[in-house]
Design a protein around this ligand. Sequence first.
Ligand code: AMP
Ligand code: ZN
Length: 481
Amino acid sequence: MTDISAELRSRLHLFNTLTHRSDLFAPADGERVKLYVCGPTVYSSPHIGNMRTYLFSDVLRRVLALTGWEVDAAMNITDVGHLTSDADSGDDKMAAAAKAERATAWDVAAKYTDAFFADAERLNILPVQHVLKATDHIDVQLDLVRALDEKGVLYTTSDGVYFDTSLVPDYGKLTPNDTRTSLRAGERVAMGEKRNPTDFAVWKFSDPAEGQRDMEWDSPWGRGFPGWHLECSAMAMETFGPTLDLHLGGIDHIAIHHTNEIAQSETATGKPFSRWWMHGAFLNLEGEKRMGKSEGNKITLATVEEWGFTPLEFRYLVMLSHYRSPLAFSLETLEAAAQAHRRLRKHVEGWKQAAAASGEPEPGLDLRDHPYVDEFVDAIADDMNTARVVAVLWTVARDPEVDPATKLALVDLFDRVLGLDLAVPPDADDVPDDVRALAELRWRMRTERNFAESDRLRDELLSAGWTMQDGRDGYELVPVS
Ligand code: AMP
Ligand code: ZN
């Protein structure tokens, strides 16, 4: 292998919901990746399911950064227009939360935007280049309504301006099943004055009966507020032009939100809206159908921390599943993930000490032709298989043939994608350096099946006041009581 970045670029396959297969990815202009991820609706604290989706987009941005392409990423903040039903009925989620919290919609938005970014930072989710608040971009949204009006695809009802989806020949192309047919089955549900069940509002009118809304704007069609789908189309195209390289979100966005973004954007510009559409599978509570902000079974990162786990232990758990596989969350799986994460960090500590003791060169080693780098690139290039990356990482950790300095360099490389701070020593670990070095040496002897030396070192540790509890993938050091 010559250059890791070039190798990854030449092999990187990403699954595209639009084509239903993994295709070799490259940005359209060969240099800059234009990436848009649908951001949170800030009416409530994010739950760990939401954060799984942002971890997926974070890993993708890290992978793209490793290829050497420039990554230009945008994410919106939905602070207006997302109705309690994705299919355009019910109240605006922000307005409903404001009522419940006896605050303004603006205060609610500010509070939960901060909550989202605080969680993102603790999970090592790297900041995007463009954070786009829907309420800061009303003008471009109105420009898009105007453009659609000129194309003759809009009609007005008593509660808003709607997009006539029957005028788009390839409407629903993102879904394997015909969306129109499946939605028609639910036609009795809230058709209102809509012409077709799949039609959606691009602009909703303020309801005078409800008094003045916290968030409303004048428009040529009447005072009101933008639809949720409109905001993403308008702001994405304002930032990147008509065609993006990648557009991401959770799988629940496929049938309605992304389908409608495509209908609006492509009708307005006549160009493909995004070359790749990528969707993350859900995190669900084991035994329950789904976790949602309104389902009453919400677990947040704060809950996870109250249970005694760190955000990065949760991140480790997420890395153990492929992003397109559902993740069944349970306390047991989190506990196992946390232990493995701690063990890995302890190993890294041991390698640092062993490398320093043996006087080997500092990391920064040339890894280019290392077989484990090849395995790592293979795993990443296979539609970002983080579960395989973690497996390779453990193989490295257990391999007696690999010297500590090389292990450190490999971990450093893998962690650029995993984002697990593996080189940061675990907290609350009072194990003295010399004990840790002895334990690492003993673990190495054990994996090399040098049992005599391994037993001798175990005794040495015991007389220093420590027992080693061996597991399959590593060990715990416990002080003798
Ligand atoms: P929302 O704040 O409700 O707009 O959702 C933010 C993101 O979280 C969207 O991309 C959703 O698709 C995603 N999402 C919602 N629930 C889950 C879940 N249980 N697991 C994974 N992603 C989710
Ligand atoms: Zn969106």
